[in-house]
Write a new protein. Structure first.
Length: 239
């Protein structure tokens, strides 16, 4: 009888699908498109959502997104509340993490509106306000301008562009992928001079040391996504 029950339990267990492991992806809840579209506390679109889904698919995991404000990301990731935080650079995050291989590359550009003269060199901005995002670092600007780099912080990139459009600042720093996205979808594109490249950078995923996913698994998934073109196709969609 006991052997019969054991056999039945084994057969029943084989008939039921195994529970798929999760990949918990942390996302800045204050981010804007094309990086993230958040509705009622849920991530519904954007680069972060696509990256999470692509990596989870290649890892054979279910993806779950954890939305937190920018100032809470570092503490939560170090504590293992999520497995990864993607599209970042090591210089942007304080704390001890493992860092994946490159996910995608882009560049930071300086944008100037056309209501005044164009900027020929970054050094012309000494002492002049430049629209930036609170909590983000700009090492190239710091190196070129030092204490004369005057930041005019906004909570997110959409607010930053709004300040430029209304003439509250004449210059903003923005990533190329975000600028291209908004210039494409806006009914009236920003009136700007050709952007000046400030720096190129390669984004990666910060992997929590207390998470449930190994760095090697993340790197393998990124490699597969690069090979099959899914990451490149994702970026094309948002440009």
């Amino acid at each position: 009888m006991r052997a019969h029950l054991l056999l039945m339990a084994c057969l029943l267990g084989a008939a039921l699908p195994a529970r798929t492991a999760e990949l918990v992806v942390m996302v800045d809840s204050t981010a804007n498109m094309p990086m993230a579209l958040v509705e009622n506390g849920r991530l519904v679109d954007g680069v972060h959502k696509e990256i999470g889904q692509i990596l989870a698919r290649h890892m054979g995991r279910q993806v779950r997104f954890l939305m937190l404000p920018r100032k809470r990301l570092e503490h939560a990731l170090q504590g293992g509340e999520a497995d990864i935080l993607c599209a970042y650079m090591p210089e942007w995050l304080a704390g001890d993490y493992l860092w994946s291989r490159i996910v995608f590359t882009t560049e930071e550009v300086l944008v100037t509106d056309t209501r005044g003269p164009p900027v020929q060199a970054i050094t012309e901005l000494r002492g002049k306000p430049v629209g930036t995002i609170l909590g983000y670092f700009h090492p190239e600007m710091d190196a070129l301008l030092g204490k004369d780099f005057v930041r005019d912080n906004a909570p997110n990139m959409e607010s930053n562009m709004e300040k430029l459009m209304r003439g509250r600042v004449r210059h903003i720093l923005i990533t190329r992928v975000v600028l291209d996205y908004y210039q494409r979808i806006r009914q009236q594109p920003l009136a700007i001079y050709p952007p000046i490249s400030v720096m190129s950078f390669a984004t990666r995923c910060a992997v929590s040391r207390k998470g449930h996913v190994a760095l090697e698994e993340i790197d393998q998934a990124i490699g597969q996504a690069l090979k099959d073109g899914s990451l490149a196709n994702m970026l094309t969609r948002f440009r």
